[in-house]
Design a protein around this ligand. Structure first.
Ligand code: MOS
Length: 736
C-alpha cells in the first residue's frame, strides 16, 4: 500500500482538549455529577504496626447526616479472588477484613454521610485504640533481604572483584536518595455507583482495565459487571498504576449505603496510602584504566518495600547496558518496612540508578582529569552487553555532540570552583539519560461516519501527556483526514483494551494499534471505491490510492478521486468501521536492544555562604525516535526537567521514625519546584524514526526526560563548589 502523507504527525499542534481543560469542562474523577451522591471520609491509623483493639463510633454515628461507619468490625467478607494485575509478590491489603495495621495512615474505617462536612466531622469523632507493636520505617535501621525474584535478580558478567583488584583506578562511593512522593495535582478520587449487581466507577487511575479487574476480584463479580471511567487525569506520575484501598472503600461504602458514594483522599492522605518512590542506599564501585576505559562496575543497593508486598522496579538495566564495562556485578536488596508499598514514580529505577552511575562517572572524570563527555564516549558500547543484541537505534554520541555545541560546554573551565558571578559560584554538569522502550498489546476501534468524520477509541488514558491529541494525529494521517474531523475517545473500560498508561509505552503500543486500525479502515474505504463501478477510482490498484483531506485519489493523478462522504452516500452506508491492534514482540524474543537516550546539560549558581543552589539553565538532547507531537513532547521534556530539579534540590519525604508519621505531608513542607525555581529550559530532539522498535517509529519519552536530570545538576554543583554531594536532595545544609 502507498504510504499516507504525514501532515498532522510531526506538527506542533495544541491539545485538542485544551479548551475543555482551561474552561473547566474537562471532568476529573471527583467532578462527575452523579445523582444522589453521598460522601465518604476515611479514618486512618495513627500507628505503623499493630492491632486495632477498639473502635468507638457512637459519636460519629449520632451526627446528623451520617449514614454509616464501616470498619473491620462490621464490613462484609469480601471475595479477594486472584486477578491478573497484582504488581508485586506478596499479599494485597484486604480492606477492613481484619484488625491488623501495617502502615501509618492505613484506612481503618470510613464514614459515609449526606454531606462532605458531616462526613469529615464524624470521621474526626471516631475513636480508635490500638495495641501498637514496634515498627520499622527506616531504611538504615532494618535488615535487608534479597530482592524479589525474578524481578530483582542479582547479575554478574566477567569477574568484577578481580577486575577491580587489578584496575589502574578504583573508586568506591555510596549514594543515597530520599523517599519522594508523586504529588499529582489531582487527588486520588472515586465515585462508585451500584446499579443492582453492576458497578460503575469514576476513578482517578492510569489503568481502567486494572481497576475493573481488581474490583471484580474484590467483590467476586464478573469483570463485565464493572465499568471504569477516567476521561481525564490531573497528573499521576505513576501512583495511579495500581489500585489503592480508597477505590475498594468507595465501592464497598456505596454498596453498604445503597447510594452512589464519592471518596476523595485529602492531600495529607496522599502521602500515606498511595505509594511513593522508595529511598535507596546505592554503593557503587568502579575500576578504570588510566585512559578512561571502564573495566569493572559493581552495584550494591538496597531500597524500601512494605512488610506485605515486595516492590520491584527497573533498577538493573542501566548498570548492564549503558556502558561497555566487561565486568559487572549487581546485588539488589530490599528492606521490608512498616510502610505502604512503594509504587513506580516517573523514570522508575532508571532515575535512581542514573543518579549513582552518572555522578560516579563525573567523579571518575575528575579523578582522571578527563572531560566527562569524553569519558562517556570512550565507554560507548557497540552492542548491548547484557544481551548481545544490537541497538535498534542509539545516538547518544550525537546527543552529546549536539548538546555540547548548543550548550557551549567546551567554554567551561574544567577546574571546580573557578567560575564566579558576583557572590555566586557558577558550575556546569552533564549526565546521560536512558529509558526502556516498553510495549504491550493494545487494541482500538474506529468508525468513519457518512459525514466524513471518524471516532477512534481505545481504553487508554491521558495522564496529562496529551493522548487525545497524539492519537488524533496518528488517526488523522492514517485516514487522510483533517484533525478537526477526528475524535479520539479513551478512559472507558468498555473500549477496546489497552495497557496502563505507564512506562512510556502508550505511543508505541496504543499509537501503533490506532494506526493499524485506521490503516484497515482506510483500506476498506479504498477497496469499496476501486471495486465500485460508479467510482472515479474504479479499477485503480488499491495500493496506488492515497487519501488527503478526506478525499481518496490515485497516486500521481490527483484529479481522479472522490471523498469518503461521496463514497458512503452513493453506497448507502451510514458508516464503515474497523478494529485493530498491536502485539509487540515479546521481551524474550526481541532481537534488538531498545532504549531512548538523552544528554542532559545543567548550569547552576551556588551561593556558598547560604548553601543556595539555583539552576540557571538546562538543555537536554533526546534520541527518542519519531516525535509524533513536538509541542506535547516539549511539555513532557520541560516537565521532566522540572521534576528532576525537584528530585535534585527539593523533594524529600521526611518520616518521624518514632511512630512512622510523615512530618511534611503537605504542599507547604514537601517542596516541589515553583515557577521561580525554573530557569531557561530547552529540549532538542534528534531526527530519526526507529522502525525496528515499533511500526510507528517511536521510542519512549515521558520517563526518559526525568532520567539524568538530577545527576547533571549534582555534577554542576560539584563543578561550582568543589563539594561532592552524594545524597538527594542536595540541601543547603549539605553545602555549608
Ligand atoms: Mo510512569 S512511573 O510509568 O506513570
Amino acid at each position: 500500500m502507498s504510504p499516507q502523507p504525514q501532515a498532522a504527525v510531526g506538527a506542533p499542534l495544541s491539545r485538542v482538549d485544551g479548551r475543555l481543560k482551561v474552561t473547566g469542562q474537562a471532568k476529573y474523577a471527583a467532578e462527575h455529577d452523579i445523582d444522589g451522591v453521598v460522601h465518604a471520609v476515611v479514618v486512618d491509623s495513627s500507628i505503623s504496626r499493630g492491632r486495632i483493639t477498639g473502635m468507638d463510633t457512637r459519636d460519629a454515628e449520632a451526627q446528623r447526616g451520617v449514614l454509616k461507619v464501616i470498619s473491620h468490625r462490621n464490613a462484609p467478607e469480601l471475595a479477594y479472588r486472584e486477578f491478573p494485575f497484582i504488581p508485586f509478590p506478596g499479599e494485597r491489603i484486604h480492606i477492613f477484613q481484619d484488625d491488623r495495621v501495617r502502615f501509618f495512615g492505613q484506612p481503618v474505617a470510613v464514614v459515609v454521610a449526606t454531606t462532605l462536612e458531616a462526613a469529615e466531622h464524624a470521621a474526626s469523632l471516631v475513636k480508635v485504640t490500638y495495641d501498637a507493636e514496634k515498627a520499622s520505617t527506616d531504611l538504615d535501621d532494618a535488615p535487608a533481604e534479597a530482592g524479589p525474584l525474578p524481578f530483582a535478580q542479582p547479575y554478574s558478567r566477567g569477574d568484577a572483584d578481580k577486575a577491580l583488584d587489578s584496575a589502574d583506578v578504583r573508586m568506591e562511593m555510596t549514594y543515597r536518595l530520599s523517599r519522594n512522593h508523586h504529588n499529582p495535582m489531582e487527588l486520588h478520587a472515586t465515585i462508585a455507583r451500584w446499579d443492582g449487581d453492576k458497578l460503575t466507577l469514576w476513578d482517578k487511575t492510569q489503568h481502567v482495565i486494572g481497576v475493573r479487574d481488581e474490583l471484580a476480584s474484590v467483590f467476586g463479580i464478573p469483570p463485565e459487571d464493572v465499568r471504569v471511567l477516567t476521561p481525564f487525569i490531573g497528573g499521576a506520575f505513576g501512583n495511579g498504576l495500581r489500585r489503592w484501598p480508597n477505590v475498594t472503600i468507595a465501592a464497598l461504602a456505596a454498596r453498604e449505603v445503597k447510594r452512589p458514594v464519592k471518596l476523595v483522599l485529602t492531600r495529607r492522605q496522599m502521602y500515606f496510602s498511595v505509594g511513593f518512590r522508595p529511598a535507596y542506599e546505592y554503593k557503587l564501585r568502579l575500576g578504570s584504566s588510566r585512559r578512561g576505559r571502564l573495566t569493572a562496575m559493581t552495584h550494591d543497593f538496597k531500597y524500601e518495600t512494605s512488610s506485605y508486598e515486595r516492590f520491584w522496579e527497573a533498577n538493573l538495566a542501566l548498570g548492564q547496558m549503558l556502558y561497555a564495562v566487561p565486568n559487572v556485578s549487581q546485588t539488589p536488596q530490599i528492606v521490608p518496612l512498616d510502610v505502604v508499598t512503594p509504587i513506580w514514580m516517573r523514570g522508575p529505577g532508571y532515575s535512581t540508578a542514573s543518579f549513582a552511575m552518572e555522578t560516579a562517572m563525573d567523579e571518575l572524570a575528575y579523578e582522571l582529569r578527563m572531560d566527562p563527555i569524553e569519558l562517556r564516549l570512550r565507554n560507548e558500547p557497540d552492542e548491548d552487553l547484557s544481551s548481545g543484541h544490537p541497538f535498534s537505534t542509539r545516538r547518544l554520541r550525537e546527543c552529546f555532540r549536539v548538546g555540547a555545541g548548543k550548550f557551549g560546554w567546551h567554554r567551561r573551565n574544567p577546574k571546580p570552583r573557578t567560575t564566579h558571578d558576583g557572590d555566586w559560584l557558577i558550575g556546569t554538569g552533564v549526565a546521560t539519560g536512558c529509558y526502556d522502550v516498553f510495549q504491550s498489546e493494545a487494541h482500538a476501534h474506529a468508525r468513519l461516519d457518512a459525514d466524513g468524520t471518524v471516532v477512534v477509541q481505545s481504553a487508554t488514558h491521558d495522564v496529562g501527556t496529551g493522548t487525545y491529541t497524539s492519537m488524533s494525529q496518528v488517526a488523522a494521517d492514517a485516514l487522510g483526514l483533517a484533525m478537526r474531523h477526528v475524535t479520539f475517545r479513551l478512559g472507558d473500560s468498555r473500549m477496546p483494551p489497552a495497557p496502563p498508561q505507564g512506562a512510556s509505552q502508550t505511543m508505541a503500543s496504543v499509537g501503533t494499534a490506532v494506526q493499524n486500525t485506521c490503516d484497515k479502515l482506510r483500506q476498506q474505504a479504498i477497496k469499496l471505491a476501486v471495486e465500485d463501478e460508479r467510482s472515479p477510482l474504479h479499477g485503480v490498484n488499491a495500493d496506488d490510492v492515497v487519501v488527503r483531506g478526506g478525499r481518496m485519489h490515485a497516486k500521481g493523478s490527483p484529479a481522479r478521486g472522490e471523498t469518503y462522504r461521496q463514497l458512503l452516500a452513493r453506497n448507502n452506508r451510514t458508516h464503515l468501521e474497523a478494529s485493530g491492534s498491536y502485539s509487540p514482540v515479546p521481551e524474550q524474543d526481541r532481537r534488538f536492544s531498545m532504549y531512548g537516550y538523552s544528554a542532559v546539560f545543567a548550569e547552576v549558581a551556588v551561593d556558598a555562604r547560604l548553601g543556595l543552589v539555583r539552576v540557571r539553565r538546562m538543555l537536554s538532547v533526546y534520541d527518542a525516535g519519531r516525535i509524533i507531537s513536538p509541542k506535547l513532547a516539549d511539555s513532557q521534556a520541560l516537565g521532566g526537567m522540572i521534576q528532576g530539579i525537584g528530585q535534585a534540590l527539593l523533594e524529600h519525604t521526611v518520616t518521624d521514625h518514632r511512630d512512622g508519621r510523615i512530618t511534611n505531608a503537605n504542599f507547604a513542607d514537601y517542596l516541589v519546584p515553583t515557577h521561580a525555581d525554573i530557569p531557561d529550559l530547552k529540549a532538542i530532539y534528534l531526527d530519526g524514526e526507529d522502525y525496528k522498535a515499533d511500526p510507528i517509529g517511536v521510542k519512549s519519552l515521558g520517563e526518559l526526560v526525568m532520567v539524568g536530570v538530577a545527576p547533571a545538576i549534582a555534577n554542576a554543583v560539584f563543578h561550582a563548589t568543589g563539594r561532592r554531594v552524594r545524597e538527594l536532595p542536595i540541601t543547603a545544609e549539605a553545602l555549608l
